[in-house]
Write a protein that binds this ligand. Structure first.
Ligand SMILES: Cc1cc2nc3c(=O)[nH]c(=O)nc-3n(C[C@H](O)[C@H](O)[C@H](O)COP(=O)(O)O)c2cc1C
Length: 164
């Protein structure tokens, strides 16, 4: 499968997961193009939280991405203020030819899995608005400073579910 994986990461946790997914998906024979979602200016903690509560669009260094050639699109990044970082939605604005494409997503967070109640709904809405068909269950990882607190055991199942 040809996969496009886009991720955002402010403090490295989501980047760690992106890298694990890339190597696992490549080992099972997929080819992957990776895009790091980069804001023009990374907000500080309180600015990031405020932007996330409003899901405010953020200016990115990234340019338009045509995903027409891919079989699967994966997007991942942190939860901010109970919602997916607005970097997700800001990046999706740049994605072209998403209609009917398969998509999967992952998030990293500090609170226990299941606690960020608004996150899945916002993610689903963001992806459905673009016409994506979400496959499998999202991968949600509870992490602190690069260490897993919960969810690590779901990484292989996620890779298996989306790789099929
Ligand atoms: C502004 C801000 C708000 C956050 N709010 C939440 C939150 O509501 N719930 C949560 O579980 N984690 C929250 N976190 C923690 C991050 O989701 C967590 O540290 C994540 O793994 C960071 O990913 P990164 O290292 O890829 O940036 C917040 C972090 C920041 C910077």
């Amino acid at each position: 499968m040809k996969i496009c994986l886009a991720y955002a990461s402010r403090t490295g946790n989501s980047e760690l997961i992106a890298n694990q997914l890339i190597s696992k998906l490549e080992m099972s024979g997929n080819s992957i193009d990776v895009i790091k979602i980069e804001p023009e200016t990374m907000p500080r903690f309180f600015g990031a939280g405020a932007k996330s509560m409003k899901q405010e669009e953020m200016k990115l260094k990234n340019t338009e991405v045509d995903i027409g050639q891919y079989d699967l699109f994966i997007i991942g990044g942190p939860v901010w203020a109970g919602r997916p970082s607005p970097l997700f939605a800001s990046f999706l604005e740049l994605v072209k030819n998403a209609e009917g494409k398969k998509a999967a997503y992952f998030v990293t967070q500090i609170t226990p899995i299941g606690k960020n109640k608004e996150m899945p709904g916002v993610m689903k809405n963001n992806l459905n608005k673009k016409g994506f068909d979400i496959v499998g269950e999202p991968l949600i990882l509870r992490m602190k400073k690069g260490e897993f607190l919960d969810g690590e055991e779901n990484i292989d199942d996620f890779v298996k579910a989306i790789g099929e």
